[in-house]
Design a protein around this ligand. Structure first.
Ligand code: G4P
Length: 520
């Protein structure tokens, strides 16, 4: 098969959702479609240890199939499906955001009884701002939930994205009858068992038991309204991330999942060209290239190795191949001992654009690094820096250990495990993270990899705003609204809360306060 054909088959995406919205259940159904597992059953009991294992590992453990903690891939209807895990909630970290740089689309699962929940809004917004195509699945229709119009309006206002209902539900909870599948012009009937019954629109008149039902009639009226007054479907808009196709159903039943998955797989984009220092690189380019979006340290002190996750962007990856590290221009052979992230077997022999490969990292890689073959060396655009939300002052418990302390911080910051800020004059080291787990991992690794016990003093949640150099006036800041510098020396104001931020903006309307989320 040609590179072009291989690339065209790839569908690389992440499922994003609020905890409990149904990500695990949905993933399990997708695995069922891919014949990765034989029977459905709820995958649960996730949080066992302190370092919560992800749902994927639980699936692996319980089902005895080979999926790794971060990526799953399987063939489906001629496509090669790659699903990337985005840790949520307790495991939330910059990795969650960075994973989004390695996917071509996202599936956003929303619990229809709740709508968009505050904690996940930011994650959804990052997708929206990065222009990633978003496909929405409104879950739990088998329960009484909020009105469909209401849910759609919420997505439109919160995410500033057009919605296009691909399916339209008839009732919900006990009155749930199924969905109109607007795309395939058929009614998908919910009968309570696992089978979905498809009735083409043209044959609906043969089903008076359905069409005479008041719930059905009500939904039919709503659908006419959507047809007349709603936005028209435009795939180009979807691919630019400006319109989201919305599907209704129940991951648990399961209902509407197959209709959703089939349509999604057909519509979701194959890998597209990616920006680099030498311009756009086509996925069909003969030369291999890829970038590292995540580095995972082994938590087991007996195995101090790390795994770097590479998203292949062009050409063909082959096991044991020689590559150049874009940052240094140095060529080397990828060790045979690489750990591969793959489908049914634990090693992949080859990979194409869209595939994710885990390689053994002997402490040389950094997040954002480019690996490539070919005469020309280049680097993919830097991964965006995501603003941390929590900040803590870090000191070594034992001052005699300061050498290891600085070395550890330097390396972990470079790796992208945590962000470092310094407070001018005080020389305090302040570390910032998106989620609490990042601090725990940092503390653990400082102890086990660098033999340093650290003390973390929380500053709590802060709102960071980057300042323009010529506008910095140190007298405006104090302990409450603290002024710090990031690694590049940029000044950053850490506001205590929304109120302080607003107050500051009112008092200093001329100052530009840059929210990195808006820039990304
Ligand atoms: P998550 O990975 O996003 O955290 O969600 P997960 O799939 O674990 O689902 C969270 C809960 O919601 C589970 O119930 C699951 O069974 C339920 N759920 C998922 N999809 C649906 C749906 O379409 N309809 C209904 N009614 N429930 C759904 P739980 O009580 O936490 O676990 P369990 O004891 O049922 O396994």
């Amino acid at each position: 098969m040609s590179i072009q054909e291989e690339v065209g088959k790839r569908r690389t995406f992440a499922i994003i959702s609020h905890p409990d919205a149904g990500k695990t259940t949905m993933t399990e159904k997708m695995l069922l479609f891919g014949n990765m597992i034989r029977s459905a059953g709820t995958v649960k009991g996730k949080k066992s240890g302190k370092f919560a294992t992800s749902d994927w590992m639980e699936i692996e453990k319980q089902r005895g199939i080979s999926v790794t903690s971060s990526v799953m891939n399987f063939p489906y209807r001629g496509y090669q499906v790659n699903i990337l895990d985005t840790p949520g909630h307790e495991d939330f970290s910059e990795d969650t955001y960075r994973t989004l740089t390695a996917v071509d689309a996202v599936v956003m699962i929303i619990d229809a009884t709740k709508g968009i929940e505050a904690q996940t809004l930011k994650l959804f917004k990052v997708c929206r701002m990065r222009g990633i195509p978003i496909f929405t699945f409104m879950n739990k229709l088998d329960r009484e939930g909020r009105e469909p119009f209401d849910l759609l309006e919420e997505i439109e206002t919160e995410l500033e994205i057009e919605t296009y209902p691909m399916t339209w539900p008839v009732g919900m909870g006990k009155r749930f009858e199924g969905v109109f599948d607007r795309h395939n012009e058929q009614f998908v009937r919910f009968s309570g068992d696992e089978r979905e019954e498809y009735i083409p629109y043209s044959e609906l008149d043969q089903h008076p038991e359905l069409t005479e039902n008041p719930t059905y009639k009500e939904a039919e009226d709503e659908l006419s309204l959507v047809d007349e007054a709603g936005d028209t479907f435009e795939i180009e808009k979807v691919l630019r991330g400006e319109q989201t196709p919305v599907f209704f159903g129940s991951a648990l039943a399961p209902f509407g999942v197959e209709t959703f998955f089939d349509t999604f797989i057909d519509m979701a984009p194959a890998p597209t060209p990616r920006k680099s220092t030498k311009g756009l690189v086509s996925p069909e380019n003969e030369e291999f290239s890829g970038f590292i979006f995540k580095i995972q340290a082994n938590m087991n002190p007996k195995h101090r190795d790390r795994v770097a996750f590479v998203r292949v962007c062009s050409g063909k990856f082959e096991r044991g191949m020689s590559v150049t590290l874009g940052r240094t221009g140095k060529a080397f052979k990828l060790a045979q001992s690489q750990q591969f992230v793959a489908s049914s077997s634990n090693t992949v022999e080859e990979g194409y654009a869209g595939d994710i490969i885990g390689i053994y990292d002997p402490n040389v890689y950094r997040i954002g690094d480019t690996l490539l073959t070919g005469k020309e060396t280049f680097e993919y655009d830097e991964l965006p820096q995501f603003p941390p939300e929590q900040f803590k002052k870090v000191t070594a418990k034992n001052v005699m250990k300061s050498k290891q302390f600085y070395k550890g911080i330097e390396q972990l910051v470079q790796e992208g495990a945590i962000q470092l800020f310094k407070r001018p004059y005080f020389e305090d080291y302040i570390i910032g993270a998106v989620g609490e787990l990042q601090f725990e991992v940092f503390e653990y690794r400082m102890k086990h990899e660098y033999n340093v016990d650290i003390e973390l003093t929380p500053y709590g949640e802060r709102i960071p705003r980057w300042l323009k150099e010529d506008q910095v006036d140190t007298s405006l800041f104090d302990d409450r609204n603290m002024l710090v510098e990031d690694r590049e020396g940029n000044k950053v104001a850490l506001f205590k809360n929304d109120f302080s931020l607003r107050w500051f903006v009112d008092k200093h309307p001329d100052m530009d306060l840059i929210d990195l989320f808006e820039v990304n």
